[in-house]
Design a binder for this molecule. Sequence first.
Ligand SMILES: NC(=O)c1ccc[n+]([C@@H]2O[C@H](COP(=O)([O-])OP(=O)(O)OC[C@H]3O[C@@H](n4cnc5c(N)ncnc54)[C@H](OP(=O)(O)O)[C@@H]3O)[C@@H](O)[C@H]2O)c1
Length: 242
Amino acid sequence: MNNVKTALVTGANKGIGLATAEGLGKLGYKVWLGSRDFSRGQAAVDQLRSKGLDVHLLLINVADDSSVLEAARILKEQTAHLDILINNAGVALDLKTLPSGENMNLIRQTFETNTFGPIRVTQALLPLLKAADQARVIMLSSIVGSIGLSSDPDVIYGQVNFMGYSASKAALNMITAAFAKELGPLGIKVYAIEPGHIRTALNDHTGTLSTEEGAAVPLRYATMTLDAANGGFFGPDGILPW
Ligand SMILES: NC(=O)c1ccc[n+]([C@@H]2O[C@H](COP(=O)([O-])OP(=O)(O)OC[C@H]3O[C@@H](n4cnc5c(N)ncnc54)[C@H](OP(=O)(O)O)[C@@H]3O)[C@@H](O)[C@H]2O)c1
């Protein structure tokens, strides 16, 4: 195995993913910037390369089986191992409609990206993750996926009701725990991360924190030496309830 540290961030052409790709580049990683769209992805790659970072475009639509398999094939041609996988790509297609009226097709699309996407990407890249020395997989979850907090009327999360989006992230938390159980003995840590309330397109830029602040949490759990329990759910201030 060579000494180049490698990382892939999905959905990294903007938002938290772009800031995370930049952060990894600044830490010396060779980064593949995942984007489902060539032009948006290339513009983001050009932006980070102009800052002197070792960043490469990987076309990947996490909601599409054949796109993910093709991306994995291409990545395998370009690196023998992957130290960090950040499953960041995500959508919030309806944060306004109450559960009784939520559109099934939008819920399906949300799960296809937020929940099934991280499964198919992690499965497809497992050979590269196993070939790394102590790889990390980070799932961009959300605090609104915490069933415990969403049923507590005394906190803000008990008052919002985003059925499709929140359920997609609650399921992602279980997926995190399940992958951690299998991959932990192989030296691979898998964490679900809540980044904070970040100003991005996903929430019409209503968040309170910058994308750099949002990237700080996945970066911390992807790169630092931690005692954090494998398979756990963590936010800016540490462990979160399921
Ligand atoms: N913002 C927050 O406060 C917040 C809080 C908790 C969790 N999160 C999570 O953080 C992650 C990043 O969100 P963000 O706030 O940075 O949102 P964002 O600015 O809207 O970025 C989302 C990224 O995901 C990409 N994407 C969407 N569907 C995709 C697909 N099928 N395949 C590949 N890429 C896809 C988007 O690409 P396009 O440009 O092509 O659309 C974009 O690059 C998401 O998983 C989100 O749920 C965000």
